[in-house]
Ligand binder design. Structure first.
Ligand SMILES: *Cc1c(COP(=O)(O)O)cnc(C)c1O
Length: 454
């Protein structure tokens, strides 16, 4: 067969509940600590930044959380998203493995990120919030929240990492098209931004700095809250719609994965696909291997330390236990802007410590080669972040070929790369480099981890 098979769900089959893996884990998550007192925080400590409905989702251990109908109504714009069998890629690789992929690039913003932006905007609007602040690296999250803010009548200000702001003008244009205000970070609008600029007027910015700026503004203003696009447990919860749909679609295909693969930046699309499968296994179902793929230039899961750390550079956020490279770690330049965060979601880190998943790291040139092979076989051009998942899936398929096994591989194609063609141009021109991170800088960033009594 030469055409890919597409597995589509009816709108009425879209999940009505998100899945919360915290209900099924053998051990609870480590506490989140107050940055000043080092004592566990309570819901009130987070109230300046998030509405109570979201704080409850952050900590709940209920297994199923209802998706509000107004959110499902917006999701119908692009959900349920398709699942494909990659026949042509299988043939190109000469593998006996069956490769399936869930495609999240069909959302208006082009990635999985609106799956959380839409409910976050909904809950904020419901709580009477007027403005949202956030950060964005490559612009995927910023454009998703811009869209969500427009739908639910919220003003959105996005602090975009300076290098991306300069290098990716089209993502900024997309945010402005959806009605958001986009500011290059570090900026003069915040005390922290002004402090960074005073020391380094040409600072290229980082996600950690942009988060500090967005949090600073939200903490000061009564009508303003903050929204984060990954890392936090409620974001991971919202993304589980990916895996819940994929389970239904694998049933339609009369198949079940032996291996589940996704890329990890902050961990949200990975958790979205993988957590429902891990939970199914914890409740007595089949246990597929679960593989996270990260960039070797920013390897929090494979090289980071499992320790308490700050989520931002100015140290305004609570301390969470996670795999971290240190909050001051700045990765070398590479194109998967969504995978440049210093830490991993505390919930994904906890699942890793419990031995329920594996992690691998690949360099960007190999990931682009995998992405180009995928585009030539299947037609879709993956986002540079998603190329990591493609690479991971291809490696599994080639292992199956060597071992003569016809395993079933399922991976998440988290977004399309239509705004990232400059990166592809650089790849074809041979200009992409694989700069390793600086071991000395990593050691220094790790030595600066906050001291927390055991
Ligand atoms: C942001 C992004 C990622 C990385 O974020 P996670 O929270 O780890 O999912 C991956 N793929 C795409 C397309 C993204 O936009």
């Amino acid at each position: 067969m030469s055409t890919p098979t597409k597995y589509l769900l009816q709108e009425s089959q879209m999940p009505k509940f998100w899945y919360n893996i915290q209900a099924d884990l053998p051990q609870p998550m480590p506490a989140v600590l107050h940055p000043g007192t080092l004592q566990p925080i309570g819901p009130d400590d987070l109230a300046p930044l998030f509405p109570m409905s979201i704080i409850e989702q952050e900590v709940t251990t209920e297994r199923e959380i209802e998706i509000p109908e107004p959110v499902r109504e917006v999701f119908r714009l692009w959900r349920p998203s398709p699942l494909f069998r990659a026949h042509r890629l299988e043939k190109a690789l000469g593998t006996p493995a069956k490769i399936f992929y869930k495609y999240e690039g069909v959302s208006p913003a082009g990635s999985h990120k609106p799956n959380s932006a839409i409910p976050q905007a909904f809950y904020n609007a419901q709580a009477g919030v007027k403005r949202l602040t956030t950060e964005t690296g490559a612009g995927q999250w910023g454009s998703s929240l811009a869209l969500a803010g427009q739908i639910f009548g919220l003003d959105v200000t996005v602090y975009q990492v300076r290098v991306s702001y300069d290098q990716k003008p089209y993502r900024r244009a997309l945010m402005e098209t959806y009605g958001a205000r986009c500011v290059a970070s570090p900026s003069n609008e915040t005390e922290y931004g002004r402090r960074v600029l005073a020391e380094h007027p040409d600072h290229p910015g980082s996600l950690g700095i942009a988060i500090s700026e967005a949090v600073e503004i939200a903490a000061q203003r009564e009508d303003t809250k903050y929204a984060l696009g990954s890392v936090l447990s409620h974001v991971l919860l919202h993304q589980t719609i990916i895996g819940l749909e994929a389970m239904e679609q694998m049933h339609m295909a009369d198949a079940w994965p032996d291996v589940v693969v996704a890329c990890t930046g902050g961990g949200s699309n990975f958790a979205g696909l993988a957590f429902p499968f891990i939970g199914h296994g914890l409740r007595g179902g089949a246990k597929p291997r679960i593989v996270a793929v990260e960039p070797s230039a920013c390897p929090s899961l494979t090289r980071g330390k499992y320790a308490y750390d700050f989520g931002d550079t100015a140290h305004l956020t609570p301390l969470t236990k996670m795999h971290t490279l240190g909050s001051t770690f700045t990765p070398p330049g590479f194109h998967a802007g969504g995978l440049r965060y210093h830490g991993m979601a505390p919930l994904v880190s906890h699942v890793r410590e419990l031995g329920l998943m594996e992690a691998q790291a690949y360099n960007q040139v190999d990931c682009f080669a995998a992405g180009v092979a995928f585009a030539r076989a299947e037609g879709i051009v993956p986002a540079p972040e998603a190329n990591h998942a493609v690479k991971g899936a291809i490696e599994e398929a080639l292992r199956c070929k060597r071992e003569g096994k016809s395993e079933t591989i399922l991976f998440n194609l988290s977004g399309h790369g239509h705004f990232d063609m400059t990166a592809y141009q650089n790849y074809f021109a041979g200009n992409l480099k694989d700069e390793g991170y600086d071991e000395k800088e990593l050691a220094q960033a790790l030595s600066g981890l906050p001291a927390v009594p055991a």
